[in-house]
Structures are given as structure tokens and as C-alpha cells.
Ligand binder design. Structure first.
Ligand code: ADP
Ligand code: ASP
Ligand code: MG
Length: 450
């Protein structure tokens, strides 16, 4: 069965933070009948509580306190709904399961249990959002995404099996869309052993994009707390302004280089299937937002600036590199063995500088110990933390005259550590010290976009 038009709509944490926020989202769904699949994040703050609960050193008292905080967030929502007591019973049942996982985690910590714990936020918010939709007359049904979002065993960063997702969506989900709006969870999946997995922080955007691809949707809408994609993070400068239209290529670079508004992988399924993506604010849907699609009318040299914090720079140096072959292969073999992914790389005659993204801290631990020891068998190694990666995103940056002057003149007074330019037509990026990151972005923004 094919529906005339299908939009997959994703609502982030602040959009489902409380009852008024959920109600605004429900109205967005009601206003456009193409909205048949809704993907929700956990209510704002809940995943952060769960992250703490999933750690190894949480006392029984702290476990109970965290669970109580989560209960209060959900109860403030159920208190506004007619089915309050049934919903509270559902919340209690989930929190009981959560408490059992937390207890097990304190006794014997594992990344498998951590994922089961992290997944409760989306399970709770999706159940409540179904009732909010029903309360305004939308026929909505809960759907457990783990039935379709089949992944491998990489807990914390599970990889989705796209073929299985498609098959499962065709068998279990597609037909339901004729009669009702389906409400499901972002961020979570399930491995072959039916254990819960998660796709990485901020992963609900990616879940929604994968579902849009699997269901052959006509569009994907990402509803968040800002009116679309801005020229830079509006939290850094109030001069940032919303972009009306942006190409897949440019937006993908922004996401990859740290623009938190989209999970880095979000645009991969959308690009594969050529699904336009809308990004807007669920608080102010009337203000429009950003349309991301394959081709757009304008292709300015400078479109936006992205910032990614917590970067680590590793420099390896060896005179043996001079006129020798195979040295880099040995360095990369060490990194590959430890599954470390290099982001940027620059080379000179006898040294190579590489950057690593460090969102969880595990990369930092590895780079500080094992990997350094192994690399030191080959060369001198220095490791520096506390850096930020700034990316200027646009079009034909690699072929445009004067790009270097425009960018680096604007950065006077900022210590620029490493520059990567030329590999991509869409970006020029460089490292700065963390304490100069905001200053660098503000100065560049004023110069390139004012
Ligand atoms: P959600 O919970 O809806 O997924 P996120 O907090 O993950 O929302 O992403 C939205 C936030 O992304 C914004 O509040 C903003 O601070 C940040 N952000 C970073 N870069 C940009 C950008 N270029 N444009 C808009 N927002 C950005
Ligand atoms: N709730 C998850 C997180 O906070 C996933 C998401 O919001 O996209 O990371
Ligand atoms: Mg997000």
C-alpha cells in the first residue's frame, strides 16, 4: 500500500519536555495529514539522568533519587491528561524495570545494561505522547521501534541493519499507517539476541531519517528548539541567522563538524533516497525553518560555521619518515587495531598531525595510554587535549580566490593550530584552543556574515 504523501516527523527533547510542549507538537501533527510517523526523543534532561544511572559507581540512594526525578518529569505530563492513573501505572511499571537494571548495573557494570538503561527515556516519552495526540482527537498508536530497528552488538553506538529495517517496516509498520499516526522512539534499537541497543547521543534524528528511508517517505521533518539551521550555533552569537535553504552536501558537513542541530549521520539516509529534510522550531512552527535538499538555488562561498569541542591532536614525528615508504601505514594500523577514527590529518616531511573526536572520553583514555605506547615503538608522539575544531562550510571553498585571506584575517589574535583545506569543496577547517573557540567563531561570523 502506498500513501499519497508521508512525512516522518521527529521531535527532540525540548519539544517533548512537558505537557505544553507536547501539545504544540501534537498540533503540528494534526495540522498536516501527511504526518503519519512520529519519532520522539526522551523528555529534556531524562537521558542525562539515565547516563548517570548507567555509570558504575551509583549508590542505591542516588539510584532512587535519579528515578524519582525522572518520575516527576513524566508525572507533570500525565497530570494534564485524562488517563492520568493508567498512564502513571505504565510509568511505574517502566520505572520498576529501570530500577532493576540500575541495581544490576551497580553490581556488575556492562555496556549492555547501560544501553537498556539509556533506552527508558524514549520508551516513557513515546507512551505519553500517544495520549497527548489522542487528547486532541488524533488517532495515534504506540509502536516499539525495536521491532524494526535491528542493529549489531556495538552497545552505545550500534550500527543499524538497513536491509532488515526495510523488511521489518514493510511487514510490521507500513499497513498501520493507513489508519493511524504511529508514535515511536528515536535513539534505540535491538540486536539479534533481542537486547536493547542505542545509536549514540543525539541519535533520534538518525532514527527518524532511517525510518523515512525505509518507509519511502516523501519528507522528513526535524522539530527542535530553533527556527532551522543557523549560520552558526545561535548560542554562540546572537548575530546567527536562520538559513532558508541548504544543500545536502553543505548540511551534512555542518552536522559532521559539530552543528548539534543534526546528528552527524542524519543526512546519509536522506541523501540515499533523496528525501527533503525540513528543520524547524516546534515552539514557533509558523516561523518556517530550513529546507535541506539535493539542489538549492544559491551556492554561496560561505554558508555557515560549525564548532566541535573536545578534540584531541596527536602528532607523530620520525626522521625515518623522510623519503621512506610504509611509515604512515604502520601508524594507521595501530589506530585501526584500536578502532580509532582519524578526522583531520596534515603532514610535513617528518611529522604527521591527526585529530580525534572525543565525545565520550573513551578515546581520550585510549590515546593517553595504550595507543601512545604502541606508537612510541615507531616514532615520537605528542598528545594534546582541550582543542576545538572550527569548520567554515560553503561551496567551492577549495577553488575560490581569497578564501584564506578572508578567513585568517578575521582571526587575528586567535592561535590557529592546524588547517585542513582542499580535500572538500564544502569546507575549510582548523583547530583552536578551547578557550578561544567562541571568540574564533564570533570573529569569523562577524567578518563572513555581517
Ligand atoms: P533536539 O533536542 O531537538 O534534538 P538539540 O539540542 O540536539 O535539539 O539541537 C538543537 C540545538 O543545536 C540548538 O538549540 C542550538 O543551540 C544547537 N546548534 C548548533 N549549531 C547550530 C546551528 N548551526 N543552527 C542551529 N542550531 C544549532
Ligand atoms: N535522548 C537521546 C539523547 O539525549 C537521543 C536524542 O535526543 O536524540 O541523546
Ligand atoms: Mg538533537
Amino acid at each position: 500500500m502506498t500513501l499519497p504523501t508521508l512525512t516522518v516527523s521527529k521531535f527532540g527533547g525540548t519539544s517533548v519536555a512537558d505537557h505544553p510542549a507536547m501539545l504544540r507538537c501534537a498540533q503540528i501533527i494534526k495540522n498536516d495529514s501527511s504526518n503519519r510517523v512520529v519519532v520522539v526523543s526522551a523528555s529534556a534532561g531524562v537521558t542525562n539522568f539515565l547516563v548517570r544511572l548507567a555509570q558504575a559507581d551509583v549508590s542505591a540512594t542516588e539510584q532512587a533519587e535519579i528515578i524519582e526525578q525522572i518520575r516527576q518529569i513524566q508525572y507533570r505530563i500525565t497530570a494534564q491528561l485524562e488517563q492520568e492513573s493508567e498512564l502513571n501505572a505504565t510509568v511505574e511499571q517502566l520505572l520498576e524495570e529501570l530500577a532493576a537494571y540500575a541495581e544490576a548495573q551497580a553490581l556488575n557494570h556492562s555496556s549492555r545494561i547501560a544501553d537498556s538503561i539509556l533506552a527508558f527515556g524514549e520508551q516513557l516519552s513515546s507512551r505519553l505522547f500517544v495520549q497527548v495526540l489522542n487528547s486532541i482527537g488524533v488517532n495515534a498508536q504506540y509502536f516499539d521501534v525495536r521491532q524494526v530497528m535491528k542493529t549489531n552488538d556495538l552497545f552505545g553506538k550500534a550500527v543499524v541493519n538497513i536491509e532488515k529495517l526495510k523488511v521489518q517496516c514493510n511487514t510490521l509498520l507500513k499497513d498501520k499507517l493507513a489508519d493511524c499516526v504511529i508514535v515511536t522512539q528515536g535513539f534505540i534499537g535491538q540486536n539479534d539476541a533481542e537486547q536493547t541497543t542505542t545509536l549514540g547521543r543525539g541519535g533520534s534524528d538518525y532514527s527518524a531519517a532511517l525510518l523515512a528511508e525505509a518507509l519511502d517517505a516523501n519528507s522528513l521533518a526535524i522539530w527542535t528548539d530553533v527556527v532551522g539551521i543557523f549560520t552558526t550555533d545561535p548560542r554562540i552569537t546572537d548575530q546567527a541567522r536562520s538559513i532558508k535553504e541548504i544543500s545536502f552536501g553543505e548540511a551534512a558537513e555542518m552536522a559532521t563538524f559539530g552543528a548539534k542541530i543534526l546528528h552527524p549521520a542524519t543526512l546519509i539516509p536522506a541523501m540515499r533516497q533523496n528525501i527533503p529534510v525540513f528543520v524547524g522550531s516546534s515552539k514557533e512552527p509558523e516561523k518556517g525553518g530550513t529546507l535541506i535538499q539535493k539542489s538549492v538555488e544559491s551556492a554561496p562561498t560561505y554558508r555557515a560555521i560549525a564548532l566541535r569541542r573536545e578534540q584531541t591532536l596527536v602528532t607523530v614525528r620520525s626522521p625515518a619518515m623522510l623519503h621512506a615508504s610504509g611509515f604512515l601505514a604502520k601508524v594507521f594500523a595501530v589506530l585501526a587495531k584500536h578502532e580509532l577514527s582519524v578526522d583531520l590529518i596534515t603532514t610535513s616531511e617528518i611529522s604527521v598531525a591527526m585529530t580525534f573526536d572525543n565525545p565520550t572520553g573513551s578515546t581520550q583514555a585510549l590515546l593517553n595510554s595504550t595507543v601512545v605506547q604502541e606508537l612510541e615503538q615507531l616514532c615520537e608522539v605528542s598528545v594534546e587535549h582541550g582543542l576545538s575544531l572550527v569548520a567554515v562550510v560553503g561551496n567551492k571553498i577549495h577553488k575560490t580566490n581569497g578564501v584564506g585571506t578572508s578567513i585568517f584575517d578575521a582571526l587575528s589574535g586567535v592561535n590557529v593550530r592546524m588547517i585542513c583545506h582542499g580535500a572538500s569543496e564544502h569546507n575549510l577547517c582548523f583547530l583552536v584552543n578551547e578557550n578561544q573557540a567562541n571568540e574564533a567563531v564570533e570573529k569569523l561570523h562577524t567578518s563572513l556574515f555581517a
